[in-house]
Design a protein. Structure first.
Length: 253
């Protein structure tokens, strides 16, 4: 925590290794929220524990893909106690988060075909704890639209690097006006609407943005996802044996 009483968190990263931790510390971050794609919660927790230390807290989370691949909606859940698979209905995911009293964040709202729409956000406004208003994949009009939605619905903002590449970590972050010692403290801060500010680094921002957008093009090829996930072999597929049929009624595949 900085001398001015601000706790700095990059609220959504996809990558975690020694380079990421070192970069986060150099950039003055106190915590990272680690939520890789297609990875079950126990494995995320294990890796978060491995890379946490007295200087940097790594908090496990899940970005759940709801709906079908072509019309998916992303939700970021912090503080889950039990795993939730991808490719369940939006309602099914929200209900699972509520049962676990997790903090529910909406990353990149209305963005391409992966963001919760404005109408969906309005419909579920009372079930959402914060809306992302800045990340490096956003172009300026995406930021403006997200800020307008957050203001219209009186929902707290957050910013993150949404880093899929190590060099992007800490490009955007959020500071809270309180100390956060563990995941439960962050969940409380998010659910309480704790005072916060969203920050963006100026140096090298456009370069990181270009790199992340190029990665996005690769990551979202249907052929890649169909081969790796939609065949039912991925560990976060709702039909995976780990879920023991608990999500069969809300699965879309």
């Amino acid at each position: 925590m900085s001398d001015d009483g601000q706790f700095a968190v990059d609220l959504h990263v996809k990558v975690l290794d020694e380079r990421v931790v070192a970069r986060a510390k150099r950039r003055g971050l106190d915590a990272l929220v680690y939520a890789p794609h297609f990875t079950r919660l126990p494995k995320i927790r294990e890796r978060a524990r491995r890379f946490s230390d007295d200087e940097l807290l790594v908090i496990p989370a899940r970005e759940v893909f709801t709906g079908t691949w072509r019309k998916r909606r992303h939700l970021l859940a912090v503080g889950l106690t039990d795993p939730v698979p991808d490719f369940v209905t939006l309602e099914g995911a929200l209900a699972a988060f509520e049962r676990q009293d997790a903090a529910v964040l909406v990353p990149h709202p209305t963005y391409l075909n992966v963001g919760v729409t404005a109408d969906e956000l309005r419909e579920h406004r009372d079930r959402v704890d914060a809306v992302e208003t800045t990340n490096p994949k956003h172009l300026p009009h995406h930021d403006r639209r997200a800020r307008r939605l957050a203001e219209e619905l009186s929902l707290p903002p957050f910013g993150s690097s949404y880093a899929h590449l190590p060099g992007t970590v800490g490009t955007v972050w959020t500071t809270f006006d309180r100390e956060i010692d563990d995941a439960a403290d962050l969940v409380t801060a998010l659910q309480d609407g704790a005072d916060r500010r969203v920050h963006r680094r100026r140096d090298g921002y456009r370069r990181r943005q270009a790199a992340e957008l190029a990665h996005l093009l690769y990551e979202n090829t249907y052929e890649k996802v169909d081969r790796l996930f939609l065949q039912g072999t991925e560990p976060t597929h709702p039909s995976h044996i780990a879920y023991d049929g608990a999500f069969d009624d809300v699965a879309v595949y």
